[in-house]
Write a new protein. Structure first.
Length: 184
């Protein structure tokens, strides 16, 4: 563990403030859940909690199923990183930090469909993403208990590929199913 040089005191209620610099770096927002545990050395560890990450194995089953059905690259993310990928390009996105542009789209709480053939500009999905390789995208937020907890993303790199309303409905349905599973 590396030292940050920032010291905070615990108040009378047992609270400690996480410095703004650390929250910004780790993308911890107000209301985000944190796991608190101790390690074998007796250190207290705070870790950003990812409900979607908890179902990573199931998320992989979803991405595999949708990929087999539609033939597109399928990603499932939590609010910070991609947790499951099926199709080509796994090494390009898996466990990588989501882009700020994708975060802004998720905040809108509605699915977005983009096709290069319609003149749409592709969004970077992860930090440092090369959008020139995509020809179409669908991004659908996963909402659970009224909170955005992640996304289901469909991608194509095939020349001339175009996402349709059927692709959009499958992506939205998958998002709703995962969101409802998280509520149980």
């Amino acid at each position: 563990m590396r030292a940050t040089g920032i010291v905070r005191r615990i108040d009378e209620l047992g609270r400690v403030v996480i410095p703004k610099e650390i929250r910004r770096t780790l993308r911890i927002r107000e209301g985000d859940p944190l796991e608190i545990y101790t390690d074998h050395d007796g250190e207290v560890v705070l870790k950003k909690y990812s409900p979607v990450g908890e179902i990573a194995a199931i998320a992989k089953d979803y991405t595999d199923s949708v990929h087999r059905t539609l033939g597109h690259i399928v990603l499932i993310s939590d609010r910070d990183q991609v947790v499951a990928v099926s199709g080509t390009g796994k090494k390009d996105q898996w466990e990588k930090q989501l882009s700020s542009e994708l975060d802004e789209v998720l905040k809108e709480r509605t699915a977005v469909i983009k096709n290069l053939s319609d003149g749409d500009k592709m969004l970077p999905l992860v930090e440092g993403d090369n959008t020139e390789i995509y020809t179409s995208q669908i991004i659908s937020p996963i909402v659970s208990d009224g909170e955005i907890i992640g996304s289901v993303i469909l991608l194509s790199r095939d020349q001339g590929a175009k996402m349709t309303n059927v692709d959009l409905k499958v992506t939205e349905t998958t998002s709703v199913i995962i969101g409802r599973q998280m509520e149980q």
